[in-house]
Design a protein around this ligand. Structure first.
Ligand code: SF4
Ligand code: SF4
Length: 473
C-alpha cells in the first residue's frame, strides 16, 4: 500500500547569494540606479520661486493645501483628471513596453529592483563576495560575524531612513522637516510616516529582496498575457548551448571543435548565469515568472564566451520567433493599437494643458427660501458665487448677469479680489419685477470676468418664481 505524502503548505526558501558581475547590462543598471537615486533624494530639496504666498519647493504634493506643485506647473483639485490621463498613459505604456521588450521595467527601473540592488551592494561591501557570504552564514556565531551582520543591518536601516525621509519631503516643506525632525519638533504624523516607510523599505529591500518580485508582485504573474512570440526576452539559446548531446563541462585537452563534433553545445555548464541571478533561477530552464529581465545572466555568459573565444549571445535578448529562426515582428496590430492610445493620451493631455483655465467658478443658489417677494413686489433669489484664483498673482473679478430681462443684480462688492491660489465667495442677489416673469423657473447666466482681461467664464443657473404668480398671468 502506498503511503500518502504529507501536504507541504510552507517551504523555507533557500537563501540566495548573487555573485556580482561586470558587463554592459550591469553598467546600464548602475547608471540608471545612480540617476534614479540622485533624482529621488535631491528633488525634494530643490527650490523654485513661485512668488509670495506660494511654496518655494520645486516638487511638492501639498495635500492639506490641495495643490500639486511640479516646477512651473500647479495642479489644482479641478485638474485631478490629469492624474487619470497620466495613469492611463503609464498603464498602456507598461503594456506596450512589456509586449515589445519584456520586463524592462522590472529589470531596470522598478523601485523594488533599484533598492534591492543597493541593499545587495551594501551586503557585498560588508560581507564580501558570494563565497565569503556563504562561508560567513555557515560560520559559528563569533564577534567577527556579529560585527559584520550588525554593521550591514545598521547601514540598511540608514538607507531605509534616508529613503523614508526623502519620500516624506515630497509632501511637506523638506527643509523645514529636516530642521524640525532632528530637534524633535516635527508633527507626530511625520515621525509615524517616516517610521513606517523606513520599516517597509528595510523589510522589502533588505530582508525580503527578490521574494517581493516572485511572491507578491502581481505584474510578474500576468506577464504571460502581454508576452507573445515577438517579445524580446532574456533567453538562453538552447540549440546553440546544448547541441544534440546536451551541455558539458570543458575537458582538458579537448578542443571546442572536438566538443561540437561529439554533439555538445557551447554551454560549458559553469553555472555563472545561475550564480549572478538575483532571483536564483536558471535561465536555461526557459522563461520563468521569477525572471525580472535584469540581464545579468547575459553579462555572465558573455564573460564566459569571451574567455573560451566563442561568440557572445548564448544568453541574449531574443524573441521566441528569433530563437526558432523566424522573423521577429515588432509592429503587430496590438502594438500599433497601443501606440495609438498613447498618442491620443498625449494629445488630450497637451490640449488640456494648453487650454487650461486660470480661474474656477462655482455658483450655489440659496434654497431656503428659494425666493422672497420684496415690499415693492419684485421676486428676489440669492446666490453664492465662489471664484478660485489659480494664478500665481492676485486677481480681481467682476460679476455680471445676462439672460433675464429687467433683472437687477446686486453684488456686495464691486470687484471680487482673490489672493493667489485662494477662493473667495460673495453673496449675490437677483431681483426681477413680476411682469418680467413668465415661468416658474428661468435659465440665466452669470458672467465672471478676470479684470486683467485674461479670461471670462459663463455660469448658467436658474431663477425661481412663485408658481401662483406665474400661473395667474
Ligand atoms: S554562463 Fe553560459 S556557459 Fe555558463 S552555464 Fe550559463 S549558459 Fe552555460
Ligand atoms: S534569469 Fe537572468 S535576467 Fe532573469 S532574473 Fe535571473 S539574471 Fe536576471
Amino acid at each position: 500500500m502506498a503511503t500518502e505524502q504529507p501536504l507541504v503548505y510552507f517551504e523555507k526558501r533557500p537563501k540566495i547569494y548573487p555573485r556580482s558581475i561586470k558587463g554592459r547590462f550591469r553598467d546600464i543598471k548602475t547608471a540608471i540606479l545612480g540617476l534614479a537615486y540622485a533624482v529621488f533624494f535631491l528633488l525634494p530639496f530643490v527650490r523654485w520661486d513661485r512668488g509670495p504666498g506660494f511654496p518655494d519647493q520645486a516638487v511638492l504634493f501639498d495635500l492639506p493645501g490641495r495643490a500639486f506643485y511640479i516646477f512651473g506647473l500647479t495642479v489644482w483639485p479641478q485638474e485631478i483628471f490629469w492624474l487619470a490621463i497620466l495613469l492611463l498613459f503609464a498603464a498602456v505604456l507598461l503594456f506596450f513596453v512589456t509586449g515589445m521588450a519584456g520586463r524592462v521595467w522590472c529589470g531596470y527601473f522598478c523601485f523594488q529592483t533599484l533598492w534591492t540592488d543597493l541593499f545587495f551592494m551594501i551586503e557585498r561591501w560588508i560581507e564580501g563576495e558570494r563565497p565569503a557570504r556563504m562561508r560567513l552564514d555557515k560560520e559559528r556565531l563569533s564577534v567577527h560575524k556579529i560585527g559584520l551582520k550588525v554593521t550591514k543591518h545598521l547601514l540598511w536601516l540608514l538607507v531605509a531612513f534616508a529613503t523614508a525621509f526623502a519620500f516624506t519631503g515630497y509632501f511637506t516643506d523638506s527643509l523645514q522637516l529636516a530642521q524640525e525632525f532632528f530637534l524633535l519638533e516635527a508633527a507626530v504624523p511625520a515621525y509615524v510616516t517616516i517610521l513606517i516607510l523606513s520599516a517597509t523599505t528595510y523589510t522589502m529591500a533588505g530582508l525580503m529582496k527578490e521574494q517581493v518580485c516572485t511572491t507578491f508582485c502581481p505584474y510578474g504573474r500576468f506577464q504571460s498575457v502581454m508576452f507573445d512570440e515577438n517579445t524580446m526576452i532574456v533567453a538562453y539559446d538552447k540549440v546553440r548551448g546544448e547541441g544534440s548531446n546536451g551541455r558539458h563541462k570543458p575537458q582538458k585537452g579537448v578542443t571546442h571543435e572536438q566538443r561540437q563534433a561529439a554533439g555538445y553545445g557551447d554551454c560549458i555548464d559553469c553555472g555563472l548565469c545561475v550564480q549572478v541571478c538575483p532571483t536564483g533561477i536558471d535561465i536555461r530552464n526557459g522563461l520563468q515568472y521569477q525572471c525580472i529581465s535584469c540581464a545579468l545572466c547575459i553579462d555572465a555568459c558573455d564573460t564566459i564566451m569571451d574567455s573560451i573565444n566563442q561568440p557572445r549571445g548564448l544568453i541574449r535578448y531574443s524573441s521566441e520567433n528569433e530563437l526558432e529562426h523566424k522573423p521577429t515582428k515588432h509592429w503587430t496590430p496590438k502594438n500599433i493599437a497601443y501606440v495609438a492610445v498613447l498618442s491620443l493620451a498625449v494629445l488630450v493631455f497637451g490640449y488640456s494643458m494648453a487650454t487650461r483655465s486660470h480661474m474656477v467658478v462655482d455658483v450655489q443658489q440659496e434654497r431656503q427660501p428659494l425666493y422672497v417677494q420684496l415690499s415693492d413686489g419684485r421676486i428676489q433669489n440669492k446666490y453664492i458665487v465662489k471664484v478660485t484664483n489659480k494664478q500665481a498673482q492676485p486677481a480681481a473679478y467682476r460679476i455680471q448677469m445676462t439672460g433675464l430681462p429687467q433683472a437687477e443684480l446686486q453684488v456686495n462688492q464691486e470687484q471680487l479680489a482673490v489672493a493667489p491660489g485662494k477662493t473667495a465667495k460673495v453673496n449675490v442677489f437677483v431681483r426681477v419685477p413680476p411682469q418680467a416673469l413668465h415661468e416658474e423657473k428661468q435659465h440665466f447666466e452669470f458672467k465672471i470676468t478676470d479684470l486683467s482681461g485674461r479670461e471670462e467664464k459663463i455660469y448658467t443657473i436658474d431663477f425661481y418664481a412663485p408658481e401662483s404668480l406665474v400661473r395667474d398671468k
